[in-house]
Design a protein around this ligand. Structure first.
Ligand code: ANZ
Ligand code: ZN
Length: 862
């Protein structure tokens, strides 16, 4: 028997799939399509376990659906622009273009070695001109539709990466990439008008039934819809209007001070020339240097400073002090907050800190008022001290107060969103140039479509300085105005890499098409994506951006649908133990001995963490594939837990998977003669012997179980344990057949062949190389992917015998093996005939006998 030589068979089948273009997808009208998409990687140069879990899930779905008869599209490409690629290139002292392209080559080869099947004819890389030409084209469409525009704004600035960051790229006040504290800067920047899409992004959740609940929830929170009102206060001393946004118009009579964001343009104007000017402006600068992103400021210690001015409440004429406060955010609502300490905990704490009055206007149930309040009362109750609204339940008063405000021209009922416009310009080199020209005569002029792409020049000093590197490249900057021909200058910022990834799934459909960005016919056939697979970390960035992009393209008439992704699956993380020593920091596993650091002897702290280079707990997929084969890795990565859950890497489990594949291999090769003589003789139910019928039942149960598990949110782990059981039972049947009693089971060889063949087919999406090989050895032709997915025979599932428990007065006294589906009278008879039952009934009179068919006989006796 040949060894399980994965080193030979894996490249052999990979070559077969390539030579025969097994994964080539063509538009076939009338044939059911299935678009299976995995989030494309950025070409870091090496696959990690995160890729392995993501792309293995995708590949199993692809192969399963091919066998199910779908016309499957499975593309792959490269998210190759952006900071990570650029930083990696700087580190390697290479040009980003060269390092990106060489990384792509390496990773492409690694992907093939993992056995993932893609239609490589559709491969794309976002940093190639034939891709970004169309990204620029889309930008122009957005620009013309008013969806891309330039404005001056306070932006998050990472001093280390020397570029602006989207709000989404700031975490805990730090740059998501490098961890440097983020600063605020005032800059002219390009934005997409994503906030205009907030309502639709929420509304269309209706259409996203195939998305995980938690992703939708994260999006809802991120979009942050609030209903309330704009109320126009006025600065008492100057008459300047100062509107606020509030979700609690019912508390407007309880306003005891007003808070304004340090960035608010009114601040400087109001304090100018007043005695407090210097102090206020110093504080303002201090707060702004805090430099934290807006969302983080919410959690900071609340600080404020009295401006010396007041505002007048239009509803009751109260004049209350105006504070500059760090918790007031310039980019939310109007940048000013009416503060109601009695009913808002944040305002309450601020009022306590600065000795400001607290005025209850919604009666707490226990009747506490004002100064006696231990904390803000945020619940519902009746209005008090609220003018004409006294005595009204506050929920009802909200609407009434809004009406009152609107009638008097003091404001308006409004909806406010947390979702901001998308800041898309970057002061970095490695991105798609923004196709805009600045002319001294004509102003801002879009580059004509015929002049696209605006090529990213190669010879640029691209290390980050804060200024756009392209600005230092005169050949790039100097141009002529497309409108009037005057000397003009190009925009030197590049696009956020998330722009590139917001439409790549559409470009796969016509990746080689030089005549247009999108192909309507292909989109009509292939879209929406039937299954998208990727990490949960993209829930609020990529997965909102790509929806917004598609919405705009729909409005512009380019795509015939609004939602691009019908079903989304987010895989769990692969974790492993990581070890930390106070002295020597993170340690490799082999640097730990009996809980101590082998370098300094100190006790080591162990934790389970996502595999990461910094924690030295990564396992390299390449090494595993070399040592055990891709099939072992694929099987192992799916066998432990449902794939949406995080899993703990464990070397034992990996070996177990490898042993199983060896067992499967030898099950076929050890019995190949018998298996192939039995070909073409399927055991047909009734005429077969009992042992054959039992194995056959197991086979069909397993087919059903595997199919159901895959259909049930891809629970491959359950599918795998099902096949492992089937293989064990098959091996037992083989032993039986080889034993003396073989003559009692004449149909067994055929049943065994069916079992083995089914096991191979059911496993084929997961371990495709060994499956193709074994299937061939069993006489198959071509690729197993052209075979129909096995169907279970309902008749074979019929259980022949059941074990029934017999209870006497609630206690189980005997077990009976009876034919399944036996009638009630016959069951009773059999129970009473049983010797153990008779012994237990001795001297008692039967009161009642109940039968639960195929399960239980319950006897009551006295
Ligand atoms: C008065 C009030 C009374 C408020 C009360 C709440 C409770 P969400 O629900 O997140 O939309 N707010 C408005 N603009 C703000 C800004 N620029 N910076 C910081 N806070 C701001 O929050 C809406 C509430 O957040 C608004 O309702 C406002 O405080 C505050 F008992 O107005 B409220
Ligand atoms: Zn011009």
């Amino acid at each position: 028997m040949p060894d399980y030589n994965y080193r030979e068979i894996e490249p052999k089948w990979q070559k077969y799939w390539e030579d025969y273009k097994t994964f080539k997808a063509e538009l076939r009208p009338g044939k059911s399509k299935n678009y299976v998409l995995c989030m494309f990687p950025y070409p870091s140069g090496a696959l990690h376990m995160g890729h392995v879990i993501n792309y293995t899930i995708g590949d199993v779905i692809v192969r399963y659906r091919m066998m199910k008869g779908f016309n499957v599209l499975s593309p792959m490409g490269w998210d190759s622009f952006g900071l990570p690629a650029e930083n990696a290139a700087i580190k390697r002292a290479m040009h980003p273009e060269d390092s990106t392209n060489s990384n792509i080559e390496k990773m492409h080869a690694q992907m093939s070695k993992a056995g993932w099947g893609y239609d490589w004819a559709r491969e794309l890389a976002t940093s190639h001109p034939d891709y970004y030409k169309w990204t620029q084209w889309l930008f122009l469409k957005f620009y013309k539709a008013g969806q891309a525009f330039k404005k001056r704004a306070a932006v998050n600035w990472c001093p280390r990466d020397a570029t602006v960051l989207a709000n989404e790229q700031v975490q805990d006040g730090k740059c998501e990439r490098c961890g440097t504290p983020v600063e605020q800067r005032d800059l002219e920047q390009w934005f997409f008008k994503m906030s205009s899409d907030a309502e639709r992004l929420l509304r269309n959740h209706e259409q996203l039934k195939g998305w995980p609940e938690r992703v939708l929830k994260m999006q809802v929170e991120w979009i942050g819809r609030s209903e309330g009102a704009r109320i126009d206060f006025t600065v008492t001393e100057t008459g300047d209007p100062l509107p606020v946004f509030t979700t609690r118009p019912d508390t407007v009579y309880g306003v005891t001070f007003m808070s304004i964001a340090p960035e608010h343009p009114l601040v400087e104007k109001l304090v100018k020339g007043t005695p407090r000017e210097e102090e206020v402006m110093r504080q303002v600068r201090e707060m702004r240097r805090g430099g934290t992103s807006e969302r983080e400021r919410v959690d900071m210690e609340k600080v404020g400073l009295f401006t010396g001015l007041h505002v007048t409440n239009p509803l009751n004429g109260d004049e209350v002090p105006l504070y500059v406060a760090n918790f007031a955010l310039m980019t939310y609502g109007t940048g000013a907050v009416m503060s109601v300490p009695a009913h808002d905990q944040r305002d309450f704490e601020f009022a306590r800190k600065y000795g400001l009055p607290i005025k209850v206007v919604i009666q707490p149930p226990d009747g506490t008022l004002d100064g006696k309040l231990a904390q803000a009362f945020e619940g519902d109750g009746l209005q008090v001290r609220s003018g004409p609204f006294d005595g009204m339940p506050n929920r009802e008063a909200m609407g009434k107060i809004i009406q009152h405000i609107e009638k008097n021209g003091w404001g308006k009922g409004t909806v406010n969103y947390r979702l901001r416009d998308w800041l898309l310009s970057r002061q970095r080199y490695w991105g798609a140039p923004i196709p805009i020209v600045y002319c001294p005569v004509c102003g801002e002029v879009p580059v004509p479509e015929k002049d696209l792409p605006v090529l990213l020049p190669r010879n640029v000093e691209f290390k980050p300085t804060g200024e756009s590197p392209l600005a230092r490249c005169p050949d790039f900057v100097q141009t002529t105005c497309p409108k009037c021909g005057c000397p003009a200058k190009r925009e030197t910022d590049t696009m956020d890499t998330f722009v590139d990834s917001s439409w790549y799934f559409l470009r796969y459909l016509n990746a080689r098409d030089g005549d247009g960005a999108l192909d309507p016919e292909a989109m009509k056939y292939w879209m929406p994506v039937d299954q998208y697979i990727g990490g949960i970390e993209h829930a609020t960035m990529h997965l909102i951006y790509c929806r917004y992009f598609t919405h705009v393209l729909h409005d512009l008439g380019y795509v015939p649908f609004e939602e691009p992704i019908a079903n989304l699956f987010c895989q769990g993380m692969v974790c492993k133990e990581a070890f930390y020593c106070q002295e020597d920091k993170w340690l490799r596993q082999d640097e730990v001995n009996e809980g101590r650091c082998t370098k300094c002897g100190r006790p080591v702290h162990a934790e389970v963490a996502k595999m990461s280079k910094s924690k030295l707990n990564v396992v390299s997929p390449d090494e595993i594939i070399t040592k055990f084969g891709a099939d072992t890795l694929r099987l192992y990565i799916l066998s432990d837990t449902p794939p949406e859950r995080d899993q703990l890497w464990n070397d034992e489990g990996l070996l177990g998977s490898h042993r199983f594949l060896n067992r499967l291999w030898s099950t076929v090769f050890d019995n190949i003669g018998m298996l192939n003589t039995a070909a073409g003789k399927p055991p047909a139910g009734e005429q077969t012997d009992k042992a054959s019928r039992e194995l056959r039942r197991k086979t069909h149960e397993t087919i059903k179980r595997v199919t159901d598990s895959i259909e049930d949110n891809y629970h491959f782990n359950t599918a795998i344990s099902g096949v492992i059981e089937l293989v064990s039972q098959t091996r037992e049947a083989i032993s039986l057949m080889n034993s003396a009693s073989a003559s009692a089971a004449p149909s067994l060889p055929a049943a065994i062949r069916e079992a083995v063949q089914s096991a191979v087919m059911l496993l084929s999406p997961i371990v495709p190389h060994i499956a193709e090989e074994l299937w061939h050895v069993l006489g198959g032709k071509g690729t197993i992917l052209q075979q129909p997915w096995p169907a279970w025979d309902a008749a074979a599932l019929k259980v022949e015998e059941v074990e029934m428990a017999v209870q006497i007065n609630g206690k189980v006294r005997a077990h009976l093996t009876l034919p399944a589906g036996l009638g009630e009278e016959q069951v009773k008879e059999a129970a009473l005939a049983d010797e153990r039952v008779q012994r237990n009934l001795e001297g008692k009179a039967i009161v009642n006998i109940k039968v639960v068919p195929d399960r239980l006989v319950s006897i009551a006796a006295k």
